[in-house]
Design a protein around this ligand. Structure first.
Ligand code: SAH
Length: 342
């Protein structure tokens, strides 16, 4: 069986070389070729001897996705990738003043079924391998000639529903010998799968953790997010408290403002009460309307009122800068529109 070379962590490759009676430092050489020199064939790895190259060719493939569609805005580019088995996922590149951030997908489809989310409208077909996540970054860098400096796992899929591959992906891109993306430049966003948050806590990574909250009480959250029926708010907040204690990291709570649903003053006060005392901040997200779902974006004045209440209640809060509406940037939208036009 052949494996995608981009799914290999440095430790995987070290073990591989040890198993074939070669020195383990060859793993670093291979990493250097893959992630620094960015070659896409073993034949280009000229400091590795012929016999080893032949063995590598037998055991590994170079699998990169194809870009089948892209939309370019001034500060945002959106890409639709086609994978080896013709499944499609999306990534969005955002050009910030502090760097270039790539929002990428972790699964083909998603089973979390959040009421407002385009990705969740379409069921999960399969998880992505770690290599399929790594190569979204490589492909965008090749396409744009830009360096991706930040990665956020907020595209299609629930990262913690594909935990092992996501964790390995983080290790690959974080490796000093690979893309060397700093942990603090990597953000994992989850709808709140408690057992996985607990596992993640034990890893003690310095990455950013974002929790999609979207409601301040169980009644409303369960209506919007099915996952809340399995892992209710009280338990979620408990594991987050523990995460903060162990990692000493500030957690982000994402809160999409949906017109007439979760954007009233009562919700704002309730949210402030829920989060009081936690080392966290709230990222208020203006909703990206999609053509299939009935939710609407809150007005600017409602968003500001909500923001002011949280501020007044001494909760750290930001309003997400709008990037993608002109290029259908809500996750899952490009894939849907492409596939439904076919
Ligand atoms: N499954 C993960 C990560 C992918 S979604 C999670 O739930 O966190 C990334 C973020 O985008 C989540 O906060 C999600 O709730 C939000 N989101 C989904 N659809 C959106 C839309 N139409 N407009 C704005 N944000 C949306």
């Amino acid at each position: 069986m052949q494996f995608n070379i981009y799914s290999q962590s440095k430790e995987d490759l070290e073990n591989y070389f040890i198993n074939i009676n070669e020195k383990k430092y060859k793993a670093i050489q291979v990493y250097d070729w893959l992630y620094r020199k960015k070659v896409t064939s073993f034949d280009e790895m000229t400091n590795i001897k012929k016999s080893v190259i032949e063995k590598l060719k037998q055991d590994f493939t170079f699998e990169l996705p194809k870009i089948v569609q892209s939309q370019k805005g001034k500060e945002v580019n959106k890409y639709l990738f086609e994978l080896k088995d013709k499944q499609r996922v999306e990534a969005v590149l955002m050009l910030h003043d502090y760097g270039n951030s790539l929002c990428l997908s972790t699964e083909v489809g998603c089973n979390m079924g959040c009421a407002f989310c385009e990705s969740g409208r379409r069921k999960k077909i399969r998880p992505l391998t770690s290599g399929e996540m790594v190569t979204q970054i490589l492909k965008v860098m090749e396409e744009t000639n830009l360096k991706v400096t930040h990665v956020v796992l907020m595209g299609i899929g629930e990262p913690f529903d594909n935990y092992d591959n996501v964790l390995k992906f983080i290790k690959i891109i974080n490796s000093d010998y690979g893309l060397a993306l700093g942990a603090r430049h990597i953000t994992v966003s989850t709808c709140g799968i408690i057992p996985k948050i607990k596992e993640f806590t034990k890893e003690k990574l310095q990455v950013n953790l974002a929790i999609s909250l979207h409601a301040p009480n169980d009644k409303l959250r369960s209506k919007l997010m099915k996952i809340n029926k399995v892992y209710p708010l009280k338990d979620l907040i408990e594991v987050i408290k523990d995460y903060i204690k162990v990692t000493n990291r500030r957690v982000t709570f994402e809160y999409i403002l949906l017109k007439g649903v979760n954007d009233n003053e009562k919700c704002a006060y309730e949210l402030a009460k829920l989060l009081k005392g936690l080392n966290c901040y709230v990222n208020l997200i203006p909703y990206n309307p999609t053509s299939h779902l009935e939710f609407k974006r809150s007005s600017q004045s409602t968003i500001l009122k909500f923001y002011d209440i949280l501020k007044k209640e001494k909760i750290g809060v930001t309003i997400r800068r709008e990037f993608g509406t002109e290029v259908s940037a809500a996750c899952g939208q490009l894939r849907s529109s492409y596939e439904e036009d076919l």
